[in-house]
Design a protein around this ligand. Structure first.
Ligand SMILES: [Zn+2]
Length: 409
């Protein structure tokens, strides 16, 4: 079998395309496959499909294909152009690549697979022998393709969260589908407009179909959701994870003040105990249990704050709203009479928001399900190193977490 015939078969080129020549360049570990077609054929206008004679040929182009025998393999061809009365002079579509891509379909699929499997993008680059920009270009095209194919479907349970792109940098608003664990929407900042952009992108049926939205007690998101989702007041659930975060911050404020006061008297009891008080009881590492037990016996203010925090967790055990409301009233009384100002403040904040905390009893939605997404996002940040700006981060987030159909056809 001649090498041109071998390569025609390996590449699976459909008629009328054929291999004219195969050049082996050992110096650069490269194989160049010249692809051509017989003369006198008619080709379809890429816009309307009308069969037309060749107008001329575009300058030679190169596509990177899957390696053969570890040799970088390139396809070269001059693509015919047709002149359509309606659409003007256009290049015809080649069967091995998407328009404007510098990679064959098979190579592009392979790059997407490798990216999905590699722990870092730079690792994928090394493996594929491609530059970061080339790989990122493929990622971006894959996301555009996936988004264009996406059909509107009802997202019943949503999570809205914000994330600081880097410490001290601006926020990104993240909307996730809690049922599928996918990222549906990303927007700059965490303003009302950030989230409104998402609701505005939905059809009326999609907006009606939303059954529950888990979010932080953040006024801007609240306003956007009230404006964008019919019947929002019964659907918004202030998320348990965020609430416990707020209460944890209050506990930490108590610790800081007490630690300062103790240190002034030369007492180091609370040194390096910050995280000890923030863990939930069941997540506390075994190695620190004895330390916590000892501190709880010492009549510390922070120990009282901790007990109040831990008691609040039980609120989410109630299935009946009335019972949960009664439990909260008792907890509120305790928290507001403990003479710890940060605890009193957070208790009042929760009371103002109570209706949309107790929606949980009925809707049973938490961000915990979105934690999977969170860990994926953290992995993206690790993978990234090179996501030099938020726009790159967004593309990567959609690529890895968007649940999109990324492959070229
Ligand atoms: Zn046409």
């Amino acid at each position: 079998m001649r090498d041109v015939e071998l390569y025609r078969q390996i590449l699976g080129l459909p008629e009328p395309w054929c291999v004219a020549d195969v050049k082996l360049d050992l110096e650069r570990s490269r194989i160049e496959v010249q692809v051509t077609h017989p003369e006198g054929l008619r080709w379809s206008c890429p816009q309307c499909g009308k069969e037309l004679a060749v107008h001329d040929h575009a300058p030679e182009r190169t596509w990177r294909h899957l390696d053969t025998c570890q040799l970088q393999t390139l396809l070269r061809a001059r693509v015919p152009r047709v002149e359509c009365a309606e659409h003007g002079v256009l290049q015809i579509m080649v069967p091995w690549a998407e328009a404007r891509s510098r990679f064959t379909l098979l190579m592009e699929r392979w790059i997407i697979d490798v990216l999905q499997q590699c722990a870092t993008v730079s690792g994928a680059c090394r493996l594929l022998r491609l530059s970061w920009d080339e790989v990122f270009g493929i990622m971006e095209r894959a996301v555009r393709r996936g988004q264009a194919r996406k059909r509107p479907q009802v997202l019943r349970r949503l999570g809205v969260d914000e994330k600081a792109f880097r410490k001290g940098h601006s926020y990104t608003t993240i909307v996730s589908d809690i049922e599928r664990s996918t990222i549906e929407y990303l927007a700059d900042e965490r303003t009302r407009a950030s989230l409104e952009g998402f609701y505005a992108s939905l059809t009326p049926e999609q907006r009606d179909g939303i059954e529950a939205v888990a979010m932080d007690m953040w006024e801007a998101y609240l306003q956007a959701t009230n404006a964008g989702v019919p019947g929002a007041s019964r659907k918004i659930v202030f998320d348990r994870f965020h609430i416990m975060q707020h209460v944890g911050q209050a506990v930490d404020a108590v610790r800081k003040a007490e630690h300062r006061a103790l240190r002034a008297e030369g007492d180091d009891t609370l040194t390096r105990t910050k995280y000890l008080w923030l863990y939930s009881r069941e997540n506390l590492p075994d190695a620190r249990r004895a330390q916590l037990r000892a501190l709880l016996g010492q009549n510390l203010k922070v120990a009282r704050a901790w007990a109040i925090k831990e008691a609040l967790r039980r609120l989410w055990d109630y299935r009946r709203e009335a019972w949960a409301r009664r439990y909260f009233a008792r907890w509120f009384c305790w928290a507001t009479h403990c003479r710890l100002e940060p605890m009193r403040q957070v208790a009042h904040m929760l009371k103002r928001r109570l209706d949309n905390i107790l929606t949980y009893c009925r809707l049973r939605i938490t961000h915990a399900a979105a934690e999977g997404i969170n860990s994926k996002l953290m992995a993206i940040k690790r993978r990234a190193c090179g996501y030099r700006n938020p726009a790159h981060f967004k593309i990567a987030a959609y690529f890895y977490c968007g649940g999109l159909d990324l492959y070229p056809r």
